[in-house]
Design a protein around this ligand. Structure first.
Ligand code: NAD
Ligand code: ISE
Length: 336
């Protein structure tokens, strides 16, 4: 079966996911497109999916007969309404992060999916599909004994003027928030944020860098440096220290060059290149599950927990230095 997919939001990542479905993956085709800005949808149609229908409203795309499953790639604040509409239509839905911009919004999605009775939603936490993180998880599970600490960093070369301090959590740290729950099979119980000396490269409305300290239910301590004006490249670091040894996330493959008395490796600068294969694998997973009328991988529950944990981290930014508790409601059986 070829899964007929509609894409809502044809900006940067919506276009890239359309390219993936059309040119990289098997088993699916893009049959419908929608964007708040119709010119954006028409441009993607012209470049990548000439047979797709273009809909002024995302809700009309979800209801369309030529759409079996939906990719929600629009601005974060619009995700909740589209995901709820997809669940109401009984159509599998891949939603880019964040699942919703509030924990209450994410809870409404969990409640709707539980009422539906089976999984329909996959959240775009693609790091769980990254080969490096998968190798790291295998080593953490089998080789280094009980994990005790994680030291991590999420560095971007630069960010635009509209990137403000809370986005370091909602836009950036949210990937670490999700991937460490999965890596450690654990949940957070508290968060704290401290601000080092500010980089002179950071604009006025962003405190940069930041250090987020998370504690898990098993007592594991995690420190994450978020540094979004690091200048030199896009750099994701993760080291897990266990009772018997430690393990590092592998570096992306790169040529080591020796020249003029120097040894050099190139460093990526764009997050799209760093995780290009994991985006392919996550969408392949979505297509396979959607062909069976369901969803797998990161769930609405994971999106909800990420939203609760993110809110605590933003509160910890606002009350810098204070330890903010994180408590989660009971997990519905659908997500066991
Ligand atoms: P973007 O601004 O390039 O694209 C967003 C698109 O959504 C725009 O074309 C805009 O016109 C459209 N849009 C806005 N409101 C809409 C509405 N109500 N209905 C339909 N379309 C609407 O942004 P982007 O970088 O493509 O990010 C989109 C989403 O993907 C965000 O939630 C972002 O956090 C997420 N994202 C995830 C990753 C990842 O690594 N998983 C990377 C980048 C972005
Ligand atoms: C971006 O929004 C993403 O989601 C990327 O995956 C992330 O790593 C990057 O730093 C963010 O800006």
């Amino acid at each position: 079966m070829t899964v007929r997919i509609g894409v809502i939001g044809t900006g940067m990542i919506g276009r890239d996911h359309t390219r993936r479905i059309q040119q990289v993956l098997a088993g699916a085709e893009i049959t419908a497109l929608s964007d708040y800005n119709p010119d954006a949808a028409r441009a993607v149609q012209a470049d990548l999916a000439p047979d797709a229908t273009v809909h002024d409203k995302g809700e009309d795309l979800i209801a369309a007969d030529n759409v079996d499953a939906v990719l929600v790639c629009s601005t974060g604040s619009t995700h909740e309404a589209y995901v709820l509409a997809a669940i109401a239509a009984g159509k599998p839905c891949f939603c880019e992060k964040p699942l919703a911009t509030t924990a209450d919004g994410a809870k409404r999605i969990v409640d709707a999916e539980v009422a539906h009775g089976s999984r329909l939603v996959q959240v775009g936490f693609m790091r769980r599909y990254d080969a490096g993180y998968r190798m790291l998880k295998d080593v953490v599970d089998t080789q280094i004994g009980a994990p005790l600490m994680v030291h991590a960093a999420h560095r971007n070369p630069t960010v635009p003027e509209q990137y403000v301090t809370p986005m370091a959590i909602h836009d950036t740290l949210i990937h670490e928030i999700d991937v460490f729950r999965w890596l450690l099979d654990d949940d957070y119980v508290s968060a704290q944020v401290v601000f080092p000396r500010k980089s002179s490269h950071a604009h006025a409305r962003v405190a940069d860098p930041q250090i987020v300290l998370l504690e898990t239910a098993k007592g594991i301590r995690i420190d994450v440096e978020i540094f979004v004006n690091c200048r030199y490249g896009y750099d994701i670091q993760c080291q897990v220290v266990g009772e018997e040894g430690l393990a590092n996330l592998p570096e992306p493959m790169a040529i080591t060059m020796r020249k003029q008395a120097m040894m050099q490796n190139t460093i990526l600068t764009d997050w799209k290149d760093r995780f290009v294969e994991s985006y392919d694998v996550e969408l392949a997973d979505f297509v396979q599950a959607a062909a069976r009328g369901t969803a797998s991988g990161p769930s609405s529950w994971d999106g909800y927990v990420a939203a609760i944990s993110s809110d605590a981290c933003v509160e910890a930014q606002e009350k810098s230095g204070q330890i903010i508790p994180i408590s989660l409601p009971a997990r519905p059986a659908l997500y066991d």
